[in-house]
Write a protein that binds this ligand. Structure first.
Ligand code: URP
Ligand code: ZN
Ligand code: ZN
Length: 460
């Protein structure tokens, strides 16, 4: 099958130009002005922007967490992602403490294989680093194509590793050609504040926010950067939210260190005032919590300064019924919010449409940098001859409103209900096949492929 996309305005991280794209099979075969090549099918993209398929490198699908499972499966989550213009996601496999990485991977494969609609890859979360785990790092990278290792500096007793394990893991991962990523918050301080608030009878969602002050993230981000500098390990901080943490990274650049930074769409556009509405605030109970307006300003500036390279979602949805597990105690509210479907449109509307970032920067942080940082480039993340034909045809002039009534995520509320959006995903191609057309999903469960990733260098 071949497909010719005519007259779209192609946007990459560096260019913007009107041209035609010829797709053959799963791949982009030619790009040029007024291509007069035969194709089985033609799409007229006049007036539309053409982006590379979005890459969301931080999602939690069907994940056991806080006594329940995140409510999107690999099927529903990747389908919703496609609707929103995200063609590839990177999900997190969680090692169980006392068990192997291999067992964890088998567990995730048993849920994901044959069910995904869009393409996906895995990060491996190392929650128990020991001599047995050390021996598995190489295999994960060489055999499984899993080249990034997630760590948690919080969630003690379930996911957190200590600094001894962190440094040892970094040394091994560096040796084998991978990267260490981190949830950087000071777990001990958070646990102290959670216990204190509970003892004082302060149990509303607001106290989730007050138990994770900016300092907890700034301190851990700086500590992580120091350990990465000492070991020379490629390093990436996930879901960075605030000025203090970004300043820790800024400091690291003064010794010519590169620490990649991901923020998430919610931290750019939502703020902590949402926790003031009693239990309604549970919709936005996530870790780290939403921050202040001044942090939003810092993050937008960080994107433009090149200090923040990626905008992800940390998509970790829970049904309202699940959020109610913490009705009488904020510490029992499953942490996370739904956004996998909304990221590309929200970032366009709130970033590009408002003039905060350019179109090229948009593609850079939503598509190209995640691909480069995590070893998917140039197969994914750009529009170039030889790349996968993962393409988003986007109408910048169409307005719409986000609602749980119309979204495709398996969750019964929207964290962005009623928000007006400028710009809409119209058509999405995944590996040369039209996956989404005007709100209809045309590919089946099982179309999504697991994508093995290349080794990473820690520079892009
Ligand atoms: O609240 C969050 N972020 N839930 C998912 C787990 C994590 O920390 O990323
Ligand atoms: Zn996290
Ligand atoms: Zn997460």
């Amino acid at each position: 099958m071949s497909l010719l996309i005519k007259n779209g305005r192609i946007i990459t991280a560096t260019d913007a130009y009107v041209a035609d794209i010829l797709v053959e099979g799963e791949t982009i075969r030619a790009i040029g002005k007024d291509l007069s090549l035969h194709a089985d099918e033609t799409i007229d993209a006049t007036g539309l922007l053409v982006f590379p398929g979005g890459i969301d490198p931080h999602v939690h699908l069907d994940m056991p967490f806080m006594g329940t499972f995140s409510s999107d499966t690999h099927e529903t989550g990747t389908r919703a992602a496609l609707h929103g213009g995200t063609t590839t996601v990177i999900d997190f496999v969680l090692q169980k403490q006392g068990h192997s990485l291999k067992d964890a991977l088998a567990d995730w494969n048993s849920r994901a294989e044959g069910t995904a609609v869009g393409d996906y890859s895995f990060h491996m979360a190392v929650t128990d680093f020991n001599e047995n785990t050390r021996a598995e790092i190489r295999e994960m990278i060489e055999q499984e194509g899993i080249t990034s290792f997630k760590t948690f500096m919080a969630y003690k007793g379930a996911l957190m590793i200590d600094d001894r394990q962190m440094v040892a893991l970094m040394q091994e991962v560096k040796k084998q050609g991978g990267m260490v990523t981190v949830h950087a918050t000071n777990g001990d301080v958070i646990d102290y504040l959670v216990a204190k608030h509970r003892a004082e009878g302060k149990l509303a969602p607001l106290y989730h926010y007050l138990s994770q002050p900016e300092m907890t993230e700034a301190e851990a981000s700086g500590r992580f950067a120091d350990m990465a500098d000492y070991t020379g390990c490629p390093a990436y901080i996930v879901h960075l939210t605030c000025e203090g943490a970004l300043n820790a990274v800024r400091n690291a650049t003064r010794r010519n260190q590169k620490v990649f930074v991901e923020t998430c769409i919610q931290y750019l556009i939502l703020d902590a005032s949402l926790y003031e509405n009693d239990f309604e605030g549970a919709k936005w109970v996530m870790s780290p919590p939403l921050r202040e307006k001044k942090d939003q300003t810092t993050l937008w500036a960080g994107i433009n300064q090149g200090l923040v390279q990626v905008v992800a979602t940390d998509h970790c949805p829970f049904m309202w019924e699940q959020k109610l597990m913490g009705k009488d105690d904020f510490s029992k509210i499953p942490n996370g919010h739904p956004a996998i479907e909304n990221r590309m449109e929200l970032l366009y509307s709130e970033g590009v449409h408002t003039g905060k970032i350019t179109l090229n920067k948009y593609v850079e942080v939503a598509c190209t940098n995640p691909a480069k940082i995590f070893g998917l480039f140039p197969k994914k993340g750009t529009i170039a001859v030889g790349s996968d034909a993962d393409l988003v045809l986007f109408d910048p002039a169409e307005k719409h409103v986000i609602s749980a009534k119309t979204h495709h995520m398996n969750v019964d509320y929207s964290a962005y209900e009623g928000r007006e959006i400028n710009g809409k995903v119209k058509t999405v191609l995944l590996r040369g096949t039209v996956a989404i057309d005007n709100g209809n999903c045309l590919v089946e469960k099982g179309y999504g492929k697991f994508i093995k990733r290349n080794k990473v260098s820690g520079t892009i």
